[in-house]
Ligand binder design. Sequence first.
Ligand SMILES: Cc1cc2nc3c(=O)[nH]c(=O)nc-3n(C[C@H](O)[C@H](O)[C@H](O)COP(=O)(O)OP(=O)(O)OC[C@H]3O[C@@H](n4cnc5c(N)ncnc54)[C@H](O)[C@@H]3O)c2cc1C
Length: 321
Amino acid sequence: MGGRRSSLDRMSLLRQPLLLLARSSRVKGLVSSMPVSAGIVRSYVPGEATEDAVRATAQLVDDHLRVSLDYLGEDTLDADQAEATVQAYLDALATLSAHKLTRSAEVSVKLSAVGQAIPHHGQKLALENARTICRAARNAGTTVTLDMEDHTTTDATLATLRELRKDFPETGAVLQAYLHRTEGDCRALAYEGSRVRLCKGAYDEPAEVAFQSRLEVDKSYVRCLKVLLAGQGYPMIATHDPRMIKIASSLASRNGRDPGSYEFQMLYGIRPDEQRRLAAAGETVRVYVPYGSEWYGYLMRRLAERPQNLTFFVRSLVSKK
Ligand SMILES: Cc1cc2nc3c(=O)[nH]c(=O)nc-3n(C[C@H](O)[C@H](O)[C@H](O)COP(=O)(O)OP(=O)(O)OC[C@H]3O[C@@H](n4cnc5c(N)ncnc54)[C@H](O)[C@@H]3O)c2cc1C
C-alpha cells in the first residue's frame, strides 16, 4: 500500500532511533540524572525503593488487580551487580509477604539482569540466580515470570525456563508475537499448567527474525492467541490494544474458558481505566509494576511505543523537576 504516510506511520519512524537510544550509555547518563519523580518517569515507574513498589502494589490490589513486580535493570556484565539484583528480589518477596500480598503479586525477572550476558559462565550463573528467586517466591507463596529480551537471547531463555520448570513448574514464560518463530513456541508451551505471557515484543528486531509491520505483528498475535487459548496452559494476555483484548475475550469464550483460566496483563500507568474496567467485568487483570533506579531502558522502550509522549519527556528533561 503506497500513498501518503499516516501520522501513525510517521510516529513509528521514531521507534527504531528510540530503541537504539535505549542502548546508548552516553544518553543514559544524561537522562538518568533526572529524578524518578520527574513527570514522565513517574507515570511509568512508581519509585526506586521496594517500599514504593509495595505501596503501589497494595493500591492496585485494593482495586482488585494483581501485580507482577519488576526490579529494573538489564544487560549486566558484573556478577556483583547480578547478585545485588537477586537480593533486591528477595527483599521485594519478603516485603510482599510481610504485607500479605503474595496471593496477588508475583515477580518478573530479566535473565540479563541476573547475569545471562556475562561471557563464558553467564547462562549458568543466571540459571542459579533465577533458581534462588524462584525458591524464595515459592516459599513466599507466589511465582516468577521470566521476561523475554531481544531475539539473540530467546533460545537461552527458553532453555533456562525448561530447567527451572523441572523444580518450579509454575514459572511463567514470555513469548513475543513479532518473532516469526513464536507461533511454534506457543504450540510447544501450551501444555497443562504452563503459564505463558503473550506480548507483541518491545525490541528493535531485524526482518530475518521478526515481522516489521504493525499489521503483520497483530496477525501473528491473533494466531498465537488462538493456539494458547485452545491449549491446556494458562495464557497471560499482555497488551493494551483494544482490538487484541476484544479478540482474546471472544476466543476465550469460544474455547469455553472461564475468566480465571487466563488473565489480561498491562503495564503500570498505561490504560489504568481499562485495567479496572476489565477487573470489574470479572476478568483477572495483572499490572506489571517496574521499580528501581535503572529505569532508562524501560522508559525508552515505552517512548518508542508511543512517541507522542516525547514532548512530555523532553519537557521533564529540560525542567528536571
Ligand atoms: C504485562 C506486560 C509485560 C510485558 N513483558 C514484555 C517482555 O517480557 N518482553 C517484551 O519484549 N515486551 C514485553 N512487553 C511489552 C510489549 O511487548 C509491547 O511492547 C507493549 O505492550 C506495547 O504493545 P501493545 O500490545 O500494548 O500494543 P500497541 O499496538 O503498542 O499499543 C496499543 C495501544 O495501547 C496504548 N499504549 C501502548 N503503549 C503505550 C505507552 N507506552 N504509553 C501510553 N499508551 C500506550 C495505546 O493506546 C495504543 O494505541 C510487556 C507488556 C506488558 C503489558
